[in-house]
Every structure is written in structure tokens, then in C-alpha cells.
Design a protein around this ligand. Structure first.
Ligand code: PEP
Ligand code: MG
Length: 584
């Protein structure tokens, strides 16, 4: 945080480009003033009874909320409320309140607030992430208990009827996916990172977002005026007239660039020396399909179907999935729709009706193809729906998180079984691909390439697993480096294995939208780039400005370099020469 005369700046990471101006809505249950008044000794019993009733009521509310969230988005998200339940049962806290009621003879909401906030403050100062989280739990539950003592209804979590910029400690992908774009002008969170699914969805929804602001929710108050800069990751409270005019100019320039980029819509994505690079869009929700052709993408390179589970407690039936896939396929045809089978788990959604349990390392756990191969009914229902949709449009299928050949063969065998069930006549020939996003798959890409029609490289996961950097942990975000020499070597192995086996290879991770890195991808011979629809025009502009031989030369050079920063510097050099404007 920094400040001059009036304005205060919070710095984080810009994860969804754009500017937003307006009042903020901080999502924490703000405490209303708690009055202090003396009570007679004869009233102490009454205060204790009120306190006990409020604890019971709070417990019931937390259990209800936990149930609702488990049904809507899964047990894993709901498990955070276990810590809240522990607070309601915390004997140290309760005994201290009872003791101070006797000694101070004040109303119980005041005594409770004093005790709870001292307790939370002590914990928050200890240098231990677990205890700091506990402090936040205590603050949350304290607000709830006090509102119950005051006879007020609990405050709803994310709602306000006026357009606002939402400031929250953290948001789940489903919080973001269900946001009202008309009301939420921008998003700012204490936690988060560039490749978290919350960030990816914010970009899809075209909501400017800044994450990793650390303690913004503690320092900001609802109603303050801010300017949120999703390009560079700054949140400015009470911006000065100079700041506003500076950003006004930026807005004009960005509008101009957007207009110019829009003119590229019908122009092919071809390098300056004539190589066509297929440029597709990633979508999360069927509604995102509008933006695909609007931005000049040649189809959908990644449909993240697990977002069908947002806000629901039943599994989508085969018919419902078929209708959804069919509609999307029809909208983009004759261009392809690549449907990625469910990648549930990690930071995404869990299945409401299937308990995936708590896992210590969810990103290394029971997710994606691993989950589907063991929940064969869920998997087959999806595969049948995809096969049926293949008869209607240009549908391709790909499996996420393939770690080796046996897993791929297993998934393909289930697909064949489903094809027989649906009946050959009701399906069309469909390309089958593997996502390459685990180092083991990259290293055995030559074997995998012989048994699929294409590869799609999931760089978000490939980088996280290669460097062992949790992609949603903002503390280690600086270590998440797409230009790490090890990542480049893996990318080269994948691209070479694909081409040696005469299959095409695309990149659908966020690396493909980073225009500074496109020279590397082109130099490696990547055939397709798939990015959020709104990034398509910028990527097209970059592709059109580059020639393949210069990119190949760059790759030859950077493969000999030993550090991420040297490699990045070389990429930036070429990118700046060819399209400096796009980098700003
Ligand atoms: C990836 O890992 O790069 C990818 C595209 O898949 P997701 O971001 O959905 O994990
Ligand atoms: Mg992935």
C-alpha cells in the first residue's frame, strides 16, 4: 500500500485487463456498533442464556450454509465451515466470556466482542499461517454471533443491488461464475493468482480483476470510491484528478487499440511469411460462445465442461449435456468445438452428489481423468452426450491430466464402448486428443502421440507440476515462470513428438495469451493457440506480425540459455520489435 496527499494505492496482480471505477462493496459481515451497558447481578443468568441461544442459532446457521454449499458446489468448499463450527464450540473463548460477564457486569454482546477480538488479534499476530486463518474464522463467526445476539438477520454474502467493485478476501470459481456482470464492475481480492480459475473466469466475463492484495479487505470500507486497474494490478482509493485524467487517457488509447483489433476479426491468423496458425477460443460456460466469433476465433479449442456443475446439486443428465454440447457445436460449426471431458477437482468444482473428500494436495489428487475413470457412470454419461453431439457439429474430444499411456488407452476404451452403446450411425468420426499438462506425459509424448489425433498443451498445469509451484498460491507466484528452461525443454519435446508422428499440437493454457511468449510457441512449431475469446484479437495481431524463421531462430537461441529471465528478455526483445504497442 502507498499513498500521496489523498489517494491510497494497493498493489496486487492484474489478472483480468480493463479499468473499473466506482464504489466498493467489501464482502465481510461488517459489525454494526455494539453498545455497552451495565447489567445488574440478577441479570447475569439472562445474559448467559442469551449467549447460549445465540451460539446454538449460529451453529444451526453455519450447518445450513455448509449443507447448501456442499449441494451447490461440493463438499470440499463446504469444509471450510468446519473451522467456523469449531469457533462456536471453543471452550477457551466461551469460558472467558462467562468470566468477564461476572467481573465486568456488562451486556453480553459487548463482552463477547471484546473477548473475541482480543483473541483474534493475538492469533493474527502469530507468524503461523494456520493460526492467522483461525483469526479470520473467529472474526467471521464473531460477526454472526453478535448479529444473532442483536436479533438481526445474517448478512448475505455477495449481494448488493447497486453497481460496485467487489472486494473480497478470496472468491471461489463458482462465486465468480455466478456473478452478475451488470452489477460487478470489477473484482479485487486479497488472495489469488493469474492462472487460478477465478482469474480465468473473470477474464471470460470481461470483468477487470486484481488479486493478491494481501490485506485489502481489512483496510477498505464499503462505499469508498476506487479506480481498479486490471492491467497493472493496482487499486486506487480516492483517486486524485491527476490520476483520473491519466487513466482517462489510457482508456482512450485502449479503446483505440480495441477498435483496431476488432478490424482483425475477419482477417486470417497467418504469420507474415504465410503460415496459418489456428486461433481458437477457450470457454467455460455455454454463454461464452457469443464472444467466440465476435472476436474472430476459428472455433473452440477448450471447452471446460466441468463448469456445468456450477450451482447445482444434481448431475447433468446425458440429454441435458447433449443439448448443451449440440447448441455450442452448432454455433461454431463448421469450425471445431474441442470438448475437454470433466476436469473436476483441484481449485475447481467438486461434484455435489459425489463426496471427493478432503485432500491434502488436491492438485495432485483425485481430479480430472483419474476421477472420471473411477466414476465410470459420470464419465460414460458425458462421453455418450459428446458422441451424440459429434453427429451435429465438428466436435473433437480431449482428456485432461493424462499421465501416461495406460490411462489414455483406458479412457479411449471407455469412449469406444460408449460409441457402440450410442450406435455408430448416431455419431460422426471424431478426433481424439490428449491434454499434455503433466511432465510424465510430456516426457512420454512420443508414445502418446502414436495413439491420439492431437495434443493440446495445458501450460497452466504443466508449469505448476514442472516447477512444483501451486498455481493458485500467491506467495510463490514469482516462481511460476513459463520461460523456465525446463518448461521450454518439455514444450519442445511435446511439439517434436507430435510432429514426428504427424499429429497437430496446440496450446490452450494461459501461456498462449501472453503475447510476449508467442514467438517461442511459433518457433516450436505449435499449430494452434487457444485463448480466452477476448484475447484472440491481440494474439492474432502478434501472430500476423511475426515470421516463422525469426521465431525458430529465437527458440534455437533460448534453448541454450540457463535462466528464465534471460529467456524472457530475448522474447521481449523480438516481441517489442514486432508489436511493442501490444505489450504495454
Ligand atoms: C491448463 O492446465 O493449462 C489448462 C488449460 O487446463 P485448466 O486451466 O482448466 O486446468
Ligand atoms: Mg489443466
Amino acid at each position: 500500500m502507498s499513498g500521496d496527499n489523498k489517494e491510497i494505492r494497493f498493489r496486487g496482480v492484474g489478472v483480468s485487463p480493463g479499468l473499473a471505477r466506482g464504489v466498493i462493496h467489501v464482502v465481510r459481515d461488517d459489525l454494526d456498533d455494539v453498545a455497552r451497558y451495565h447489567i445488574e447481578p440478577s441479570q447475569i443468568g439472562n445474559e448467559i442464556a442469551r449467549f447460549e441461544a445465540a451460539l446454538v442459532q449460529t451453529r444451526v446457521q453455519i450447518l445450513e450454509m455448509q449443507q447448501k454449499i456442499a449441494e451447490a458446489i461440493g463438499a470440499k468448499d463446504a469444509a471450510i465451515f468446519d473451522a467456523h463450527l469449531l469457533v462456536v464450540e471453543d471452550r477457551t473463548l466461551i469460558d472467558e466470556v462467562l468470566r468477564r460477564l461476572e467481573t465486568e457486569r456488562c451486556n453480553v454482546e459487548w463482552v463477547f466482542q471484546e473477548v473475541a477480538s482480543n483473541y483474534a488479534e493475538t492469533l493474527s499476530k502469530i507468524d503461523d499461517p494456520y493460526l492467522r486463518e483461525r483469526a479470520l474464522d473467529i472474526q467471521d463467526v464473531t460477526r454472526r454471533i453478535i448479529r444473532n445476539l442483536q436479533g438481526k438477520a445474517p448478512k448475505p454474502m455477495l449481494s448488493t443491488a447497486e453497481p460496485h467493485i467487489l472486494v473480497a478476501h478470496n472468491l471461489t470459481p463458482s462465486d465468480t461464475a455466478t456473478m452478475n456482470r451488470q452489477l460487478v464492475l470489477g473484482i479485487a481480492t486479497d488472495l489469488g493468482s493469474r492462472t487460478s480459475h477465478t482469474a480465468i473466469i473473470a477474464r471470460s466475463l470481461n470483468i477487470p480483476a486484481v488479486v493478491g492484495l494481501h490485506d485489502a479487505t481489512e483496510k477498505l470500507e464499503s462505499g469508498q470510491h476506487v479506480l481498479l486497474d486490471g492491467y497493472t494490478g493496482v487499486l486506487i482509493v480516492d483517486p486524485t484528478p491527476e490520476t483520473l485524467s491519466y487513466y482517462g487517457e489510457i482508456e482512450v488509447r485502449k479503446d483505440q487499440v480495441t477498435k483496431e483489433l476488432r478490424q482483425l476479426r475477419e482477417i486470417p491468423s497467418t504469420t507474415s511469411d504465410g503460415r496459418h496458425i489456428v486461433l481458437s477460443a477457450n470457454i467455460e460456460l455455454p454463454g461464452d460462445v457469443e464472444a467466440v466469433s465476435e472476436n474472430g476465433a476459428e472455433g473452440i479449442g477448450l471447452y471446460r465442461t466441468e463448469f456445468l456443475f456450477v450451482n447445482r446439486d444434481t448431475l447433468p443428465s446425458e440429454e441435458e449435456q447433449y443439448q448443451t454440447y449440440r447448441r455450442v457445436a452448432e454455433r461454431v460449426k463448421p469450425n471445431p468445438l474441442i470438448i475437454r471431458t470433466f476436469d473436476l477437482g483441484g481449485d475447481k468444482l467438486a461434484v455435489g452428489t459425489v463426496d471427493v473428500g478432503d485432500e491434502l494436495n488436491p492438485f495432485l489428487g483425485w481430479r480430472a481423468i483419474r476421477f472420471c475413470l473411477e466414476n465410470i457412470d459420470i464419465f460414460k454419461t458425458q462421453l455418450r452426450a459428446i458422441l451424440r453431439a459429434s453427429a451435429v457439429g465438428n466436435v473433437k474430444i480431449m482428456f485432461p491430466m493424462i499421465s501416461g499411456l495406460e490411462e489414455l488407452r483406458h479412457a479411449k476404451a471407455v469412449l469406444d464402448e460408449c460409441r457402440r452403446e450410442v450406435g455408430e450411425k448416431k455419431t460422426a468420426k471424431m478426433e481424439v486428443g490428449a491434454m499434455i499438462e503433466i511432465p510424465s506425459a510430456a516426457i512420454s509424448a512420443d508414445a502418446l502421440a502414436r495413439e491420439v489425433d492431437f495434443f493440446s498443451i495445458g501450460t497452466n498445469d504443466l508449469i505448476q507440476y514442472t516447477i512444483a509451484v501451486d498455481r493458485v498460491n500467491e506467495r510463490i507466484a514469482h516462481l511460476y515462470e513459463p520461460t523456465h528452461p525446463a518448461v521450454l525443454r518439455l514444450l519442445k519435446m511435446i511439439a517434436d513428438a507430435a510432429h514426428a508422428n504427424k499429429i497437430w499440437v496446440g496450446v490452450c493454457g494461459e501461456m498462449a495469451r501472453d503475447v510476449a511468449l508467442i514467438p517461442i510457441l511459433l518457433g516450436l512449431g505449435i499449430d494452434e493457440l487457444s485463448v480466452g475469446a477476448r484475447s484472440v484479437p491481440r494474439v492474432k495481431m502478434a501472430v500476423r506480425s511475426l515470421a516463422v524463421p525469426e521465431c525458430q531462430q529465437l527458440v534455437n537461441e533460448v534453448l541454450g540459455l540457463q535462466t528464465s529471465s534471460e529467456i524472457l528478455a530475448r522474447c521481449l526483445e523480438l516481441a517489442t520489435k514486432r508489436y511493442g504497442d501490444l505489450l504495454g
